[in-house]
Design a binder for this molecule. Structure first.
Ligand code: GRF
Length: 204
């Protein structure tokens, strides 16, 4: 009997090209998990339209709309559990996940970052800030990283990286574009390996 596809929630804040890569990865048989829920920090994120185009349920999560941060966190976790979500993939999500979600989904939350962590990670290192910092440093290569998410920004265990050369005439835009192209190939493959239990993970 065929194994049931794992159920994935993708968290976004913007364009959602990585979300699209995960949706397409499932269709292409590269990813043995299906995106069944898309959570956005903003109602304006174009990724929401991508989800609607694929008939995937969406939710805009705004913690400030709840009476307390704890109420917001509890609501998010119960929505994840109601939908029997197995894995969470952060794809350009600019907020921190509540600790209760990080705890319950230990070793089942991944993020993609547009640089070679541990360099160029942490607070404030997102979007163009990352590529500007790489170019300013004079580094000869950059890339993308998929890592597990724990309580600290960009510091969970690295699962996989792809490296690309920085070209002499690169701008933040041109570098971002080449990195993004690689992200789309890397993310579905790494998430697939995680779902299939191909990484040795500690239970701590
Ligand atoms: C990507 O560069 C990803 O690495 C970073 O945010 C960006 C999201 O892009 N975390 P998109 O919304 O997937 O197009």
């Amino acid at each position: 009997m065929e194994r049931q596809a794992a159920r994935i929630a993708v968290f976004i804040s913007g364009g959602g090209t990585n979300l699209q890569a995960l949706i397409d990865g499932y269709k292409a048989g590269i990813l043995s998990g299906k995106v069944v829920w898309v959570v956005s920090s903003s109602e304006k994120a174009y990724g929401l339209t991508r989800a609607e185009n694929e008939s995937i349920e969406t939710f805009v999560f705004k913690p400030k709309k709840y009476p307390t941060p704890e109420a917001a966190a509890a609501d998010l976790l119960s929505r994840l559990q109601e939908r029997r979500i197995d894995y969470i993939a952060l794809a350009g999500y600019l907020k921190l996940l509540p600790d209760n979600v990080v705890g319950v989904y230990h070793n089942r939350i991944v993020n993609i970052h547009p640089a070679l962590l541990p360099k160029y990670g942490g607070k404030g290192m997102y979007g163009h800030h990352v590529h500007e910092a790489v170019l300013a440093s004079g580094d000869k290569e950059s890339g993308a990283t998929v890592h597990l998410v724990d309580e600290i920004y960009d510091q969970g265990r690295i699962l996989s990286q792809v490296r690309i050369p920085v070209l002499p005439d690169d701008t933040p835009d041109s570098l971002a574009e080449r990195v993004l192209e690689q992200e789309h190939k890397l993310y579905p493959r790494v998430l697939n390996k995680l779902i299939r239990g191909e990484y040795e993970l500690s239970d701590e």
